[in-house]
Design a protein around this ligand. Structure first.
Ligand code: NAD
Length: 502
């Protein structure tokens, strides 16, 4: 039996329970049907129905908000060392079930196992990393003034909402939920409607690892129904959101009446700039990896290649050769690089850019076609002879689609790179140190890598500028979001108090 056949067999065993029972909401440690009924979850691999999913609405959000509010004081006041132990156990349980998580994730989202097997482990790492910060998270400063001993301390903000998208949903959910729990907040998670499987696994794993009931609650459903209600709920103090930029502005509006604190991780149209003095072989590897891994459904993908005109022809020729060799196939085949796109709607969006590219006058140098009609498969695609005003250079396509744009001078490269509403990441390839310093200083992006692909390091700040987001994750930045800073001043003597009305 091939590895693919073995993986499919294992998957069928794993899916049996979802097919039988569907996915329920999980509120206060109990399964609940959705107040708005059910919706169907399908696989992008062959368009088959995976299971029924509870459709939550404002009633479910209200029940979950009450559960999260009831559970808050005990979770907040649990000794940090105890909370740490539970979170470490969650990390261990994720590791133990990494294969199950990866197989379900691939079937639900179409992402290739090659990348998803690591995503489950990165989820565990998120829990481990933030568990290790728990003990210090509440520490503040002593700031002595002439008459007062001033101290600061941090306290968890309260129950929070976490709203996540469908691309690498398990990893992204843990990235938000782990620091929130470590900070001492309780959580309501609203996973993306297109990929609910691994969110269900996460809440089960967390409860089995000892997370008290009501500390993590999962409400499935649609953004405009369950998601909106979560943003509007008065007991929810903050929303950590990952998704599209236009949804980010809805989150802000919906939370205005209840003065929500929002952390927004949004879209990108990130440039990779390749100068003619770079190590071109390594640059080529990184350019390919950063757009064709994870189906290109990755906020940090470098979807605009800015290549210096003197090397353009040779660089693009090698790129075309490599892109044409990238393997599209069943996501559970370990050799597959690109699986199907997540939904029919997203497939239609991505493939619509094949015509848009032609209408705009760009060249389709590789791909630009779909593969079979069993699922939502597309060939990895490269557009050349583009300019930065074309829609293929301005809009987030969010698929395995790269737009190459030539430039001649450093100044021109910077102007093109910054001429976008987004500002999540930038990648610069040059061996000129002074240029790298100068260029990165002026590049408008929250995260920049020089002579490297995106290598995530959890203590560093993750987030974007402009339409790519507000706020940062990682290290202590996560605790800044999930906690309130509190100042307390103690008089150290009998300082003069201004006496009024005496
Ligand atoms: P989306 O914005 O359509 O949906 C994200 C989540 O928001 C889903 O759970 C959805 O149900 C919910 N939602 C939708 N409307 C809502 C509303 N009115 N109120 C509350 N919740 C609502 O995004 P998507 O298509 O699922 O994901 C892809 C997008 O996510 C891309 O733009 C990508 O760049 C972005 N993304 C950003 C990062 C980052 O770190 N910056 C990471 C991953 C993905």
């Amino acid at each position: 039996m091939s590895t693919l056949e073995q993986n499919i067999e294992k998957l069928h065993e794993l899916l049996a329970r979802f097919q039988k029972d569907g996915i329920k909401n999980r509120i206060a440690g109990e399964d609940r049907e959705g107040a708005a009924g059910k919706f169907l979850n399908t696989s992008p691999v062959d368009k088959s129905v995976i299971c029924e999913v509870a459709q939550g609405n404002s009633d479910d959000i209200d029940a979950a908000a009450n559960a999260a509010a009831d559970a808050f004081a005990d979770w907040r006041d649990m000794p940090a060392t105890e909370r740490r132990k539970i979170l470490i156990r969650v990390a261990e349980a994720i590791e133990a079930r990494a294969e199950e998580i990866a197989l379900c994730e691939c079937w639900d989202t179409g992402q290739a196992l090659k990348f998803m097997s690591k995503a489950a482990l990165r989820g565990a790492e998120n829990f481990r990393y933030f568990a290790d910060q728990v003990v210090q998270a509440r520490d503040g400063q002593h700031l002595k003034s002439p008459t007062l001993m001033n101290i600061t301390t941090r306290v968890p903000i309260g129950p929070v909402g976490v709203i996540t998208p469908w691309n690498t949903p398990f990893m992204l959910s843990t990235w938000k939920i782990a620091p929130a729990l470590a900070a001492g907040c309780t959580v309501i998670h609203k996973p993306a409607e297109a990929s609910p499987l691994t969110a269900r696994l996460l809440v089960e794993i967390a409860e089995e690892a000892g997370l008290p009931k009501g500390v993590l609650n999962t409400v499935n459903g649609f953004g405009e129904e369950a998601g909106k209600a979560l943003c509007e709920h008065p007991k929810i103090r903050a929303i950590a959101f990952v998704g599209e930029s236009r949804t980010g502005s809805l989150i802000t509006k919906q939370g205005a009446d209840t003065l929500k604190r929002n952390h927004l991780e949004l879209g990108g149209k990130n440039p990779v700039i390749v100068f003619n003095d770079a190590d071109l072989d390594r640059a080529l590897d990184a350019v390919i990896f950063m757009i064709y891994s994870i189906n290109g459904e990755r906020c940090t993908s470098s979807s605009r290649l800015l290549v210096q005109d003197t090397i353009k022809e040779a660089f693009e020729a090698k790129l075309v050769e490599r892109v044409n060799k990238i393997r599209v196939g069943h996501p559970l085949d370990p050799a597959t690089v690109i699986g199907p796109l997540v939904t029919e709607e997203h497939f239609n969006k991505v493939t619509s850019y094949f015509d848009i590219a032609k209408e705009d006058g760009a060249t389709i140098a590789a791909g630009g076609t779909t593969v079979g009609d069993e699922g939502y498969f597309v060939r990895p695609t490269l557009f050349t002879n583009a300019n930065n005003q074309m829609r293929i250079a301005r809009e987030e396509i969010f698929g395995p689609v790269l737009t190459a744009i030539p430039f001649s001078t450093e100044e021109e490269a910077l102007q093109i790179a910054n001429d976008t509403p987004y500002g999540l990441t930038g990648y610069v390839w040059t061996n000129d140190l002074t240029r790298a310093l100068r260029f990165t200083d002026r590049l408008e992006a929250g995260m920049i890598w020089v002579n490297s692909e995106n290598v995530r390091h959890l203590p560093t700040p993750f987030g974007g500028v402009k339409a790519s987001g507000i706020g940062r994750d990682g290290g202590d930045w996560s605790f800044e979001f999930y906690m309130e800073q509190k100042h307390i001043g103690f008089a150290t003597g009998q300082h003069k108090i201004t006496q009024l009305g005496k």
